[in-house]
Design a protein around this ligand. Sequence first.
Ligand SMILES: *[C@@H]1O[C@H](CO)[C@@H](O)[C@H](O)[C@H]1NC(C)=O
Length: 301
Amino acid sequence: MKPKLTEVTLNLLQLVAASVGHATLPAEIYWKKVLPNTPMPKVIKAQLHPVFTDIKGGRPRVNRPYYPLYYSVASEIQFPSDPALFFLKKDLHPGSEMNPGLSFVSTISGAAFLSRAEVDTIPFSSDKLSEILHRLNVLPGSELAKEVNKTLSDCEAAASEGEHKFCATSLESMVDFATSKLETHDLQVSATTVRGNQETAPKQRYKVAPSGVQKAPGAKLVACHPEAYPHAVYYCHLTRATKAFVVTLVGEDGTTVEAVAACHSDTSKWRSVFFKVLGVKPGTPICHFLPQDHLVWSPVH
Ligand SMILES: *[C@@H]1O[C@H](CO)[C@@H](O)[C@H](O)[C@H]1NC(C)=O
């Protein structure tokens, strides 16, 4: 039987809609089911429906690997992240002037989430490095291969005292970690964002806006930091004595940033470099802003 023209047109339209538009992914269905009251942050949407891929049809790559803060807490390497992100807890109030070196740039360039079904078929451990590189189309010995190896060993390193850590290779596994560690499905997710669809907030003086300090409710938080990997991988951890804030910052040029800050009241195990940079006694409560694209999960109540 010959299909009617309208049917053909409809089928074609559906095909186009599926390939160009945003077909609903299993990860989105999972999110809606597990976190019905939590809006999905922009950064996660972008990683589910990436716009940019590299020319050879390979996967997008991370262009600004982020070395997590706890590295410098635990090891001898130099200050790994932007010192301008750090400030003292006592300076977190409206009108406060932040470090003049402060800026916020995008830290990932569209590394996409793979589906949980797909990542579950790819090993994720450093003793399977060559198989991983092969599966992810990464040339052995390349810069990206070194980053893959580094991410794997970071993920395998033991947690620091009081820390619960987990490397999420899919959105679903990140949601599972956050809901189980925070013991609720009533969660909010915050990420540092620059207002008005701007990509970056340039280096300049920023002041905390009037009533620009909002403490996240709940006593615990899980922070998730993007790792350098060919597909989206987040290093998530629950740390002790940490509180999250959303801080509205206004720059001299009017750029406005909703910046997520984490404040640590117990810094007794931190390396001295932090206190030297801030010019305070070891053990002083310290806060830091999270770069763009990093996530903080916290209970709504
Ligand atoms: C991977 O990283 C480990 C630990 O950092 C290192 O010992 C090893 O040589 C690295 N392997 C490759 C192939 O780069």
